[in-house]
Ligand binder design. Structure first.
Ligand SMILES: [Zn+2]
Length: 449
């Protein structure tokens, strides 16, 4: 589609519901200039054959872990948990090259587009070469991710990540963490390099790996000096909560609320283990929470206080994290299924009087949280936001015959094989069938394994 073109859809998800006969106008910069419902299709508009949805931001990704998906689903010791998984995952982290990362990430990003994400926040800590030394260009691995995003056509928020130490009481990193090492100055330099590149669909924030991995003075310095969103792994594991309590006397979210100036820029990734006062504190500061239900289930992390986060009005997003799931509908389904299993109830995320549809309530919350997580001014089907959209594949057998009013419910809970027929980013349809990227991924995997 040419820049500035005009689209008409029989229905679009606007303001929390399906609205009929929607006209969408993109400007020449690839942003929506006007979105209007109840409009007859003008003759010169491109008429879409099915309803359209705004895409979601994937707020948490480690692209290199795509090379490990499916390879850690066997137990070979008496105990198998997050920490044993992490040791095995480091095996990939230690040997992936920039070329292999680009190939693996580009294939992943094409999958994410097909799964309904058009922006990905890359929590990037794999900075150095296999020996732990900086590349000649210290941003080499960051450029591999940026190139991969451009190959696939997805928007990328790169979050160079500060990783200083192996634990609360450690003075440095373990030998198998040597590629992650960094200082505040180096992270800021990576951020500036990304910001000063003129690549389209690329912006930058920053990340702190976790409270266990970053000393408090460095955390404050990076928060003060970095631009854009600030992401942090916060409370994924009970052991991390216990270590934080032992080292500081506070739980992790509690520590942030007391000792860091957290505000709307902050995105707390894996706010899995919280108490009600922490939920209230995060809500009062306006910080966002990033949930990764597929990964959290896969790693046995635990269930978050979803009803608490929803009721407090905290901005929420989802992330594909370890990449075991690569579409938002599965993440939203697992988010509610985890709660159903825990509470022995159905439709836990729904709000009977205001929003009885579980999928709609979760989707709208994730939609609203996307801009802040990705450091973008606006997000969704609204004037000023990037002209991104998803054309629902109503020909998929899973959606055939579903009443239009329940299309989003079915899309999230009835698992279409191909939820979206087409995906638009910045006013252009992206190619979803990417045999070229898959082939490069296969070659990289053959070298890695
Ligand atoms: Zn993560």
């Amino acid at each position: 589609m040419a820049d500035g073109a005009l689209l008409w859809a029989p229905a679009a998800w606007l303001d929390g519901c399906w609205q009929p006969s929607v006209l969408l106008q993109a400007d020449t910069s690839g942003h929506w200039s006007q979105v209007t419902s109840n409009v007859e299709p003008p003759e010169h508009a491109q008429r879409l054959p099915a309803p359209v949805l705004p895409p979601l931001v994937n707020a948490h990704s480690h692209a290199f872990q795509r090379a490990f998906v499916g390879l850690a689903e066997r137990r070979d010791s008496a105990s198998d948990d997050f920490w044993s998984w992490r040791d095995r995952m480091y095996g990939v982290a230690l040997r992936i090259t920039p070329q292999q990362l680009r190939a693996v990430a580009a294939h992943l990003y094409a999958e994410l587009l097909a799964g309904g994400y058009t922006q990905v926040c890359e929590f990037h800590y794999l900075h150095h070469d296999e020996g732990g030394q900086p590349y000649a260009d210290p941003a080499t691995m960051a450029w591999a991710l940026a190139d991969a995003a451009a190959d696939a056509g997805i928007g990328l928020t790169l979050l160079p990540t500060l990783y200083e130490r192996a634990g609360f009481t450690a003075h440095g990193l373990r030998h198998d963490q040597r590629r992650f090492r960094g200082t505040v100055r180096e992270v800021l330099a990576l951020q500036r390099a990304v910001q000063s590149s003129s690549r389209p669909l690329l912006n930058a924030g920053a990340a702190l790996h976790s409270l266990r991995a970053v000393a408090p003075p460095s955390l404050r310095m990076l928060a003060e000096q970095a631009d854009g969103p600030l992401h942090i792994h916060v409370a994924e594991q009970q052991a991390e909560v216990r270590d934080c309590l032992a080292a500081t006397g506070c739980r992790p979210i509690e520590w942030l609320l007391r000792h860091a100036s957290i505000d709307r820029r902050w995105q707390l990734v894996h706010a899995t283990h919280s108490v009600p006062s922490e939920v209230e504190g995060v809500a009062a500061r306006g910080a966002g929470v990033v949930l990764c239900p597929g990964t959290e289930a896969n790693l046995g992390d635990g269930d978050c206080d979803l009803p608490g986060w929803l009721a407090a009005g905290v901005p929420l997003t989802v992330g594909s994290d370890s990449q075991v799931l690569r579409g938002f509908s599965e993440e939203l389904r697992w988010l509610d299924y985890g709660q159903r299993l825990r509470h022995q109830q159905r439709n836990v995320a729904a709000q009977p009087q205001q929003q009885p549809a579980t999928a709609a309530r979760l989707f709208d919350r994730m939609l609203a949280g996307g801009a802040a997580a990705a450091g973008l001014d606006r997000w969704g089907l609204q004037a000023g936001a990037r002209a991104d959209l998803l054309l629902v594949d109503t020909d998929d057998p899973a959606l055939a015959g579903v009443p239009a009013s329940h299309l989003l419910d079915a899309l999230v809970f009835a698992a279409p094989a191909r939820p979206f027929a087409q995906v638009m980013v910045a006013g252009r349809w992206v190619r979803l069938q990417r045999a070229d990227l898959q082939q490069a991924h296969v070659q990289a995997m053959a070298q890695l394994w």
